[in-house]
Design a protein around this ligand. Sequence first.
Ligand code: ASP
Length: 246
Amino acid sequence: DAVCAAIRVMEDAPEFNAGRGAALTSEGIVSMDSCLMTGVDGEVGSACGLTTSKNPINVARAIKEKTKHVMFAKPGDNLLKEWGIELCDSEYFITSARQESLREAQSNGDEWEKHGTIGAVARDASGNIAAGTSTGGITNQMPGRVGDSPLPGCGTYANNDSVAISCTGIGEAFVKEVAAHQVSDRVLYAKEDPVEAAKAALDGVARHHGDGGMIVVPAHGDGAMVFNSEMMNCGWKSPKGSYVQS
Ligand code: ASP
């Protein structure tokens, strides 16, 4: 609930690359991906190629909770309505700032260093952790391209024995590195500290010529943000207080 609530706020805000204000494909439309995973049961839902869902994270949750499947590509509006998903016309998602970024990318070459994908990770009072990610992908991406965000174990992962993690960055590099699952494995099997595990996975991402960042909430202890991109906005709230870095 907390992960989805946080993500919906950012999907509704046009500043972020998800929901309203999502990055535009080379055809000038949105193609949004999302994923939600709970660590207590390893259940996960993910969707890619969404063009009409106001809150893509709600689609991931519906897939996780209302179907026996993990991933849907371009689920039709009728199915989305059946799942109770609020639908919007394509104009709702397209902002003039994103149109300008697309124009720039198409005239000056792609600027893949600009990300803006959103994610949330949380741990509840019983120690259950969850992770969610929502994105419009990369500005000027080819129609049909899908990045790491909706792929469980690549851009999103949660396991109550290790970590909940959500990634942002050049999706192709995160997929090749199986980045999110790698952090979990390092913590679970190699007993690495979650921050060191995330840094090591990002080093692997860099070897695939990618950059980006991760937010991590471990099964025990403090959450962390780790990135090798120029910057990453992040905020957290815990019983000890709250913190925002932007
Ligand atoms: N990881 C996302 C993707 O490759 C993009 C991003 O994080 O900005 O689709």
